[in-house]
Design a protein. Sequence first.
Length: 247
Amino acid sequence: MLSRKECQLALKRWQTAKGDIDEVLRLVPSHYVFTISGKSIEWLNKNNDNDRFHAYIGVHNNQSVMMLFPLDSSGGELRLPEYAVSYLEPLSSELRFVEQEVKTVRKTAVLSTDLQISSREITETRPLYQHDIECQDTILEQVEDWRNDSADWFFKQISDSGGASIFNVFNIPIEDISEGCTEITGLFAFKYSKVYGQILPTIIFVHHASKVLESQKLHSVQTNLYNWSQPCPPFCRPKGGFTLLED
């Protein structure tokens, strides 16, 4: 946990660092991840009263940190004494991506009036992805693109805008951080934005594989991958919603 004052200082250090390509690459190695503990997940869900929350990027103790800010029902950030955080660190063990499809098989047989089988038919229905869920192959490509191309992307942002266009905070659906998870891993990735017509950073959240394998839901695609976060900049609406940026 970090105090609000420590979060403010951490954000300012990140905003200063964004103008130096060497410092950015030191702070954000392309293969590092955020590991959000069960305690932080519980804290966020307990305090959040919205379908989204904010995750600020900062620098604390000379390393990158993600600071979780819960929102009130109107979308404003809660002013709390302290906030849950997660540091950007190497992955401690292999990460398992899981996608489970449940198919529907329908068997239809027709008996005639004299009880003779007149027809038999077997149809198989493949599940459709929920509109917000992308398939595992796409998400794996997004992670791989970040690992391979993030250094070039940072260099371009610093060359074009002095680093001002590099993200400060992510606007994230609370569904990405499901209550009851013992641990969630956050990975940087690239995702194409139709609005801006370019590739932008995102954070993909990976839940423990057992959450999918033990699911009893039918007629759907189950996955432990969530990639709905939006970076600010450029997605900084509504104005006034990111109060830590304005402090």
